[in-house]
Write a protein that binds this ligand. Structure first.
Ligand code: 5GP
Ligand code: ZN
Length: 114
């Protein structure tokens, strides 16, 4: 998937402010942050979105959530609170078609989301 932006970031071919990396997961600061802390957490493997998840992705998802909790602590929002969002498809406004979690925090969030 050479044309996929997040695959290119995962491969280091496109620059990003990477804040966490492991064998399976990469996290980087969003280029257009919607909160004081806005980090994008992706699998290195190209997966279109949560729409295609199967049982075999269980460990990967656990690692992505664990990375979110770790990054919340590292960015000092673990006590004030944080949110993980994953947009799936057009109605949710997914613009990059590579599975990603948004980790958001550092301000009071609205509920329900817009
Ligand atoms: P989506 O709208 O698909 O849920 O989220 C895609 C996110 O990727 C957006 O929040 C957008 O700001 C971010 N994004 C798009 N292009 C880039 C880029 O080149 N670098 C970084 N760091 N973030 C990007
Ligand atoms: Zn990709």
């Amino acid at each position: 998937m050479q044309e996929c932006l997040f695959c290119q970031i995962a491969a280091g071919d496109v620059e990003a402010d990477v804040v966490h990396t492991s064998d399976n997961v990469v996290a980087f600061r969003d280029i257009n942050p919607q909160a004081p802390v806005h980090i994008v957490i992706i699998p290195k493997e190209h997966l279109e979105s949560a729409r295609i998840l199967r049982d075999k992705h269980r460990d990967l998802l656990a690692e992505m959530y664990t990375a979110a909790a770790h990054l919340a602590k590292a960015n000092d929002i673990d006590r004030s609170g944080w949110r993980v969002v994953t947009n799936v498809g057009a109605d949710a406004g997914q613009s990059v078609h590579h599975l990603h979690f948004h980790l958001l925090g550092g301000r009071r969030m609205e509920w329900p989301p817009g």
